[in-house]
Design a protein around this ligand. Structure first.
Ligand code: TYD
Length: 208
C-alpha cells in the first residue's frame, strides 16, 4: 500500500482555517477522495483530554515548557492513534495545525527557540513531516478585526495582539526555511480562498 499524503493547515487566530477546512472537506466528499480530517491539539480521545488542559482559560500559571510538552504529548498520541494508521491505509490526511504551530507559538512567540521545540517533537519532524503545509496568510491585526476580537475563555486566544504578531513572524520565518509551506493569501472571500487551496493541492499532486 502506498502511504497516503499528509497535508497540514496553519494560520493565525481568525485566519478562517475552520471555514476553509469545512469547504475543502465538502469538496473531497464530492470528488470521492479517501481522506480523514483531524485536528491538533486533539483528534483522538487521549489527545482531546490533553487539549482541555492546555486551552483551559483557568490554567493561567502554566509555564511555557509545560505548554510546549503538552502540545508535543498530544501530537505523538494523535499521530499514533489516527494519523499514522490513516497514512498507512493510503488515505489523504488533512490536519488542522501540526508541528509548525509549536514552532511559531511556543518556539517563536513564547521564546523557547527552535532547537527546544525540534527536540521534543522529533518523531513528527523526522519521521512524519507533512507533504504540504497550507499557510492561511493574513496578519493577526486584520484577522482579529474580521473575527470581532479574541475568545476570553481560550488561554491562547487571549494572549494579546503582540503575542499573535510574534506568532505571525514565526510563521514567516518557517516559510523561508521549509519549501513545503505554501502561503495562501486569504484576504478575499472564503470562496476565492477555497479555489486557491484546491488549485494548490492539484498543483502539488495531492489531489487529481
Ligand atoms: P483552536 O481552538 O483549535 O484554534 P484555531 O481554531 O485557531 O486552530 O486552538 C488551538 C490553539 O492552540 C491555537 O491558539 C493555536 C495553539 N497551538 C499552539 O500554541 N501550539 C501547537 O503546537 C498547536 C497544535 C496549537
Amino acid at each position: 500500500m502506498v502511504r497516503g499524503k499528509f497535508v497540514t493547515f496553519e494560520g493565525c487566530e481568525g485566519s478562517g482555517k475552520s471555514t476553509q477546512l469545512r469547504l475543502l472537506s465538502e469538496y473531497l466528499d464530492k470528488t470521492g477522495t479517501p481522506y480523514i480530517l483531524t485536528r491538533e491539539p486533539g483528534g483522538s480521545p487521549i489527545a482531546e483530554q490533553i487539549r482541555k488542559i492546555i486551552l483551559d482559560g483557568k490554567n493561567t500559571d502554566m509555564c511555557d515548557e509545560c505548554e510546549a510538552q503538552l502540545y508535543a504529548a498530544a501530537r505523538i498520541q494523535h499521530l499514533k492513534d489516527r494519523v499514522i494508521p490513516a497514512l498507512e491505509s493510503g488515505k489523504l490526511v488533512i490536519c488542522d495545525r501540526y508541528v509548525d504551530s509549536s514552532l511559531a507559538y511556543q518556539g517563536a512567540a513564547r521564546g523557547l527557540g527552535t532547537d527546544y521545540i525540534e527536540s521534543i517533537n522529533s518523531l513528527a519532524i523526522n519521521k512524519y513531516p507533512p507533504d504540504l503545509t497550507v499557510f492561511l496568510d493574513i496578519p493577526p491585526d486584520k484577522a482579529f478585526l474580521r473575527k470581532h476580537g479574541a475568545d476570553e475563555n481560550d488561554r491562547m486566544e487571549k494572549q494579546g495582539l503582540n503575542f499573535h504578531m510574534r506568532v505571525y513572524g514565526g510563521y514567516l520565518s518557517l516559510i523561508e526555511k521549509y519549501p513545503r509551506i505554501c502561503p495562501v493569501d486569504c484576504g478575499g472571500t472564503k470562496f476565492e480562498t477555497h479555489s486557491k487551496i484546491v488549485a494548490l493541492l492539484k498543483d502539488k499532486g495531492i489531489i487529481d
